[in-house]
Design a protein around this ligand. Structure first.
Ligand code: ADE
Ligand code: ZN
Length: 341
């Protein structure tokens, strides 16, 4: 058993009670099959599944694109402001149960506007639920608008235009969807404009794509955080650069397993990342599709890699220091971690 624990159960209890931030969560990826059915019924949308069991059985993926095909189909049931509220409220309740004190949520507006759902409908429903989570649980949040990289930069620009009236509720922009064949370089201008608007910048890079995509995200997009970043480990100079600059990586263990980024959780590179001085964090990505919320991700990777108490404290600390909270807010959360450690 790793340092600091006498049993697996003791480590599980420590993980459960550890205050943490979640920095890589696609709100549409938290759509549980039960809510998918309820919304399909409420909105009269046909879905190609007879029951919840069939939905779960369809969640077997051999790569990112396999997942994305079913993820975009699933979000088709989201139509009204109340739907986006219900989706986000359900996630916040679940995250609160996992001692998540702060969340930075991705949303994919192009997945909705392309179906005729107004940008305003999406953001109003999400933010109303985030406001309620603050009031109910004291959970703070930031919203990150992701551009779909399989679409054009012009379409990303148009989405940023649509976001302009809501910039007071948007902390940053990100880049997600099909990585291979869609390098960050294609989004340099829209990221520069977002930066000029005062927005934070993140990008999925090195999930399936090569280390070069991580370098482009750093050099061309000038991101504040890298989402995933796993394949950075293939390039020692890049690892040294990421470590020296204190760049946060939002790592998603169960996602990596489900999307075959790793073949076995025992092969997950999280411990190698920590030992290399990389500022890794643990996140759930699309918890409904990948089999677990944030604590399940900590648990799975801690068991597989036999993580110590120090490793877990480092991961929780990284989740706050890598967040877009103010220094005073970060200090408050770090003190709460220290009180438990
Ligand atoms: N959209 C939702 N989840 C994603 C992931 N893991 N990678 C890229 N795009 C996504
Ligand atoms: Zn993601």
């Amino acid at each position: 058993m790793a340092d600091g624990f006498t049993s697996r159960e003791e480590r599980a209890a420590f993980i459960a009670g550890l205050p943490k931030a979640e920095l890589h969560l696609h709100i549409e990826g938290s759509l549980e099959p039960e809510l998918m059915f309820e919304l399909a019924r409420r909105n009269g949308v046909a879905i190609p599944f007879a029951n919840v069991g069939e939905v779960r059985a369809a969640y077997a993926f051999s790569n990112l694109q396999d997942f994305l095909d079913i993820y975009y189909q699933g979000m088709g049931v989201l139509q009204t402001e109340q739907d986006f509220y219900d989706l986000t409220a359900a996630y916040c309740t679940r995250a609160n149960a996992d001692t998540v004190r702060h969340v930075e949520i991705f949303f994919d507006p192009q997945g909705h506007t392309a179906r005729g759902v107004a940008f305003e409908t999406v953001i109003t429903g999400i933010t109303r639920a985030l406001d309620d989570a603050k009031a109910r649980y004291g959970m703070t949040s930031k919203l990150i608008l992701c551009f779909l990289r399989h679409l054009s930069e012009a379409e990303a620009e148009a989405t940023l235009d649509e976001a302009l009236p809501f910039l007071d509720r948007i902390a940053g922009v990100g880049l997600d969807s099909s990585e291979l064949g869609h390098p960050p370089a294609g989004f340099e201008r829209v990221f520069a404009r977002a930066r000029d608007l005062g927005l934070k910048l993140v990008a999925h890079a090195g999930e399936e794509g090569p280390p070069e995509y991580v370098r482009e995200a750093l050099d061309l997009l000038k991101v504040d955080r890298i989402d995933h970043g796993n394949r950075s480990l293939e390039d020692p100079a890049l690892v040294a650069r990421l470590a020296a600059s204190g760049m946060t990586l939002t790592v998603c263990p169960l996602s990596n397993l489900k999307l075959c980024v790793v073949d076995d959780m025992a092969d997950h590179p999280l411990k190698i990342m920590l030992d290399a001085g990389l500022k890794a964090t643990v996140n759930s990505d699309d918890p409904s599709y990948f089999g677990g919320y944030v604590n399940a991700n900590y648990q799975a990777v801690a068991d597989a890699l036999d993580l110590s108490r120090d490793d877990l404290v480092t991961l929780a600390r990284n989740s706050f220091t890598g967040s877009f909270l103010s220094d005073a807010e970060k200090a408050r959360h770090l003190a709460a971690i220290a009180a438990r450690a």
